[in-house]
Design a protein around this ligand. Sequence first.
Ligand code: SF4
Ligand code: MG
Length: 328
Amino acid sequence: QQPILEVRDLTVEYDTGSSPVVAVDSVDLDVHAGEFVGVVGESGCGKSTLLFAIAQLLSPPAAITGGSVHFQGQDLVAMNEKKLAALRWRDYSVVMQSAMNALNPVKSIGSQFRDAIMSHDERVDDDRPAEVMRMVGIDPIHLRSYPHQLSGGMRQRAMIAMALLFTPDMIIMDEPTSALDVVAQRSLMVQIKELQQQLGFAVVFVTHDMSLVSHFSDQLMVMYAGQVVEFGATRAVFDHPAHPYSKGLLDAFPSIRGPKQPLTGIPGTPPNLAHPPSGCRFHPRCPVAFEDCPKIEPELYQVGPIQARCLLHAPGQTQPAEPVQEVT
Ligand code: SF4
Ligand code: MG
């Protein structure tokens, strides 16, 4: 089966005046119909930029400088704004981190839904706005509410309701739960998953919280310094992360299911992308770095069912090439 989304070699650069900063570096990603893909990394790793690039929502100084984004067989990168506007909301929707920023503060939720509907030729039933509000657990009476009259959690739900108006095949989400408290976050995640299973849309879900998304995603992609550093089935990555960075991310958040463990996290901060470290970009922070790491740029290597960008897994590597179990 063809993936509905095929991202190939996608590169995004920020034109900063001096040397361009590569924020997304040759990323490949396949998403199949109905699949839930989590994209995780710390802030500044390029995950939001990747998502904006997929959705064709980048604005200067950021621009796609290479690669393609095929959605249902059509290259979005080559598409003009008019054709894109016809696809957005109808075939794919985008839910942002803050509904407060995405929604118009001086228009009721219902009138914003109507605007989204009017901007497309496609007909929807008059009661569709009420229907999607019920789907996300909000009384349709709130179609008359203004964004500031809703709680943060309800605003995010209203954004998701809006994303569902045309029952799109894919919804891309940028940290839609990050502004919420833990309880509201968990309940919104469960709701997104239920809707996804019921309606069958694919999800690309960007977050810094690997343990949160791990409970809901089929595939996980881990990004560091603009590159994919690990990709594979969520279960496989979660149980045996092959990249030291993924292992650190898993340790950086409390487990939702298991007993509370002390958080170790990852010392240091992500690199300045204007001057990425030589060799493996993670080497200054890597607890298991060895002498080749600053010298050789790792590729994505196959590690059982997973792909990982770490020299420990390079063919012929004499260092122990087992998935890294413990990072101290
Ligand atoms: Fe760590 Fe070296 Fe692997 Fe990079 S290549 S993640 S520095 S062990
Ligand atoms: Mg972000």
